[in-house]
Design a protein around this ligand. Structure first.
Ligand code: ZN
Length: 281
């Protein structure tokens, strides 16, 4: 699932390629993808794309006082193509035809149709639920003291992925951030002391910075379907921790895996694998 660094690099690359380019037409072959009907998509025809940006994990394609708010969910990608999609491309959800025969295309892989788009008047963006409910951006400059945000008896692994608490972090980068901070994924937010909160903030910034620096080096247009995530612990269960050599452990949940270094994050304790304990019940 694209998280803040993946969405940010996508926005940067698309912005560089599309700012100032005229829209010829917009269609939504993915019948469930478009969540608004007023203004109609035809209102974009003839307009210039003024900017491509990001809010949390959302992409924002601005065209003057109108904008497309796009959420890729887990399997969506917004890509620029030099050729237009054929009618049989079943992954197409939204097609923005632009001058020079090019096309900005929202595609989605897999069977679920979860990615969505809204065409909004720019002044109403902040009032959209998904935007109004976002916590402060995790990058580049999260609040200096995270403790007021994290003041809840919930595990850090859950809190940091809650977009209402802090915007942009998901299942991959939360593992990397907590490993960088040497904090247990199950530590409660309201148990953080001042030093830990400071280290956590630094870890959020340096981890996401590092990912973006990496993408700046390796990601070019067309943006690949799968970005090369520079991960150290996430999806690395069974491998040695790159810092201390201990074996990276994992907890499996229904639809994701949490990875951590037991030596550095949980005082040597191996956390219960939910998958296993469910089977034993
Ligand atoms: Zn370690």
């Amino acid at each position: 699932m694209p998280e803040l660094p993946e969405v940010e690099i996508t926005a940067r690359r698309l912005d560089a390629a599309l700012a100032g380019v005229a829209i010829e037409s917009v269609t939504a072959p993915g019948i469930n993808a478009l969540k608004t009907f007023d203004p109609p998509l035809s209102a974009l025809e003839g307009r210039e794309i003024t900017r491509v940006g990001r809010r949390g994990k959302h992409l924002v394609v601005e065209a003057g006082d109108l904008l497309l708010l796009v959420h890729l969910m887990s399997a969506g990608r917004l890509q620029l193509y030099g050729k237009r999609a054929g009618p049989r491309d079943r992954t197409s959800r939204l097609l923005v035809r632009i001058e020079g025969d090019r096309e900005l295309r929202l595609r989605e892989f897999g069977t679920k149709q979860a990615a969505w788009v809204k065409l909004l008047r720019a002044e109403t963006l902040g009032a959209e639920d998904v935007i109004a409910s976002l916590g402060p951006e995790a990058w580049p400059d999260p609040p200096a003291d995270l403790r007021p945000l994290l003041q809840a008896a919930r595990p850090l692994h859950t809190l940091l992925r809650d977009q209402r608490v802090i915007a942009g972090i998901g299942r991959s980068w939360v593992d990397e951030i907590l490993w960088t901070a040497r904090l247990s994924p199950f530590k409660r937010g309201n148990d953080l002391d001042q030093d830990e909160a400071f280290v956590l903030r630094e870890s959020i910034v340096t981890t996401l910075d590092g990912a973006l620096e990496h993408y700046e080096q390796v990601v070019k247009l067309p943006i690949p379907d799968k970005l090369p995530l520079p991960l150290q612990v996430h999806r690395k269960a069974g491998e040695p921790c790159p810092r201390c050599g201990a074996t990276i452990e994992a907890v499996h949940y229904e639809d994701y895996v949490m990875c951590y270094c037991p030596d550095e994050q949980t005082a040597g304790k191996v956390l219960k694998d939910r998958r296993l304990s469910r089977l034993l019940k």
